[in-house]
Write a protein that binds this ligand. Structure first.
Ligand code: IPE
Ligand code: IPE
Ligand code: MG
Length: 252
């Protein structure tokens, strides 16, 4: 499913993005502005996740991918990291029933080995519990890094096909992309970053090759259905050329 590479063939596009990838940024600044601890912003951010999952389901998005914790976020103060882990556990304990009821298939993407066994068990249970769903594919990137993804893909590809090391010409984009951690999803159509920064922060670096990039100053805890719809509206005005000219698209 979804293995058409945007650099190998021109993918089909539609008015509503099929795959939306979000960097949920600005929780800390949202809280600091209110003289609250940064952690209050993270707690508030969980509510925004609910709104966006609901909005995407309603608007007909098929894949929603959220950056929750990057491979670089371990550099934060230990208390903040452990609060984030606690929130993650809590969200899995409290939200999975509802997600299942909404037809959401949940997956957690990233290097899960450093997580505590309790968290890993909950992740496994949530994934198994929702595996039969197909309405909205929700992926949470946790201890995820785009470079990690390309590296783990390369390692697994070579481990499973040792002959490729002797014949590297046999490796093409399709070969490698089969081993990326989200190989089951099409490449994102729309990327959204809240919080005002205009950078990728080691998110889905391979998969974002032809994604439309949308940045908003709005902090993540203030993001909701209206902001999501504004991003989709902007997306509708984009001309996705994939290397071709405007005239070739048959417009104007
Ligand atoms: C995003 O908000 C949440 C995570 C990275 C876990 P931040 O915590 O980065 O918020 P700012 O950027 O400091 O405001
Ligand atoms: C990116 O946000 C990661 C997540 C939202 C999980 P950061 O706030 O960590 O990104 P940088 O460090 O400002 O680039
Ligand atoms: Mg940030």
């Amino acid at each position: 499913m979804g293995l058409i590479s945007s650099t190998q063939a021109v993918p089909e596009t539609s008015a509503v993005p099929q795959h939306v990838a979000i960097i949920m940024d600005g929780n800390g600044r949202w809280a600091t502005r209110r003289h609250l601890p940064r952690t209050a912003g993270h707690a508030k951010g969980v509510q925004a996740v609910r709104r966006v999952v609901e909005g995407c389901g309603r608007l007909g998005v098929r894949y929603l991918t959220l950056f929750a914790f990057s491979s670089e976020n371990w550099r934060r103060p230990a208390e903040e990291v452990s609060l984030l882990m606690r929130l993650f556990v809590q969200a899995l304990e409290r939200e999975v029933d509802k997600l299942d009821g909404q037809g959401v298939r949940l997956r957690v993407v990233g290097d899960l080995t450093p997580f505590e066994p309790r968290l890993r068990d909950l992740i496994e249970q949530a994934q198994a519990r929702t595996a039969h769903n197909d309405r909205l594919h929700l992926s949470i990137c946790a201890n995820y890094g785009g470079r990690w993804d390309v590296l783990q893909a390369t390692r697994r590809m070579l481990a499973e096909n040792p002959q490729l090391a002797q014949h590297p010409d046999g490796i093409d984009e399709a070969t490698l992309s089969r081993y990326l951690s989200m190989a089951w999803a099409p490449e994102p159509d729309l990327f959204i970053r809240t919080g005002g920064e205009q950078r990728i922060s080691n998110y889905l670096i391979w998969q974002l090759a032809y994604t439309e990039l949308y940045f908003t100053d709005r902090y993540w805890p203030d993001f909701g259905a209206a902001e999501l719809e504004a991003a989709f509206e902007w997306y509708r005005t984009r001309e996705r050329r994939f290397g071709r000219t405007s005239a070739q698209l048959g417009k104007r």
